[in-house]
Design a protein around this ligand. Structure first.
Ligand code: BGC
Length: 254
């Protein structure tokens, strides 16, 4: 059996763009992760240039599929909604732009879908059947729906309208920081948020990701829902791992 080149994942964030080749069986990085400052403004062209630098490292196989996360809706490679990134992304066929710039196939995916898929394959929800809802609590709220291991992309549950508000403007971690909410105050908002998602989707499991999940012990036990709620385990590598796995495609599953 010939060894496939490890897929390369890129996590495009507000302050840094990070990339590494990923061993798809374990989720471990097969070479060091590299980080380059996010260009300002972070236009598609400027980000494509950074991704080309990350992928251009000699230790990255020229055959490696590349996956890139974007914090917006991505349908068939085209970015449709971008609440927290440069508006020049809207309507851009990012798959085509990146593929042309890099001279190899690139798959662009929603950031929460990437993180959620990684958690479902290799992280907190590995092997779980039924409906897993992964949320990332960051500047906004990202979501991923995974049913029996299959991702249903672009769920955008952070933009549910709850009590007259776009949910992420009440319950994201960025809001907790900005408004100086205590863990208890924030947990009350999260209880309302997860309660609505629970009522709509009847999930089997919630996985809570995003950087703040390292403080899970402070707020997860305070969220009152019936569905089990557990912290993500891949933490800040989930985006890279998920982008790499999704770029590689399901046909390469062992
Ligand atoms: C965007 C989502 C994204 C999430 C986390 C939301 O505002 O609409 O597409 O996944 O933020 O970055």
């Amino acid at each position: 059996m010939t060894e496939q080149p490890h897929p390369f994942g890129v996590d495009f964030g507000g302050s840094g763009i990070k990339g590494a080749p990923v061993d798809p069986r374990t989720g471990e990085f097969s070479a060091d992760r590299q980080r380059i400052e996010t260009p300002q403004p972070a236009t598609p062209q400027a980000v494509a240039d950074v991704v080309a630098r990350l992928v251009g490292r000699p230790e990255v196989s020229s055959e490696a599929p590349v996956g890139v996360t974007v914090p917006g809706i991505v349908r068939h490679g085209v970015v449709h909604l971008a609440a927290n990134i440069d508006q020049s992304w809207l309507g851009v066929d990012a798959d085509a732009l990146f593929t042309e710039r890099l001279g190899r196939p690139v798959t662009v995916v929603n950031d929460a879908d990437a993180a959620g898929y990684a958690e479902a394959r290799l992280g907190a929800a590995a092997g779980k059947q039924g409906l897993v809802v992964v949320t990332t609590l960051g500047t906004g709220i990202g979501s991923a729906l995974i049913h029996d291991g299959v991702l249903v992309p672009n769920s955008e549950l952070g933009h549910l309208e709850i009590d007259g508000h776009d949910a992420e403007t009440r319950a994201a971690n960025g809001v907790r920081e900005r408004e100086g909410l205590s863990w208890e105050e924030w947990a009350r908002r999260l209880t309302r948020y997860y309660g609505v998602v629970e009522m709509l989707l009847s999930p089997d499991l919630f996985v809570v990701g995003g950087g703040v999940s390292k403080h899970a012990a402070k707020f997860l036990p305070l969220i009152e829902v019936k569905t089990p709620l557990i912290p993500a385990t891949l933490r800040n590598t989930a985006g890279i791992v998920g982008a790499a796995l999704l770029a590689q495609g399901d046909e390469n599953r062992e």
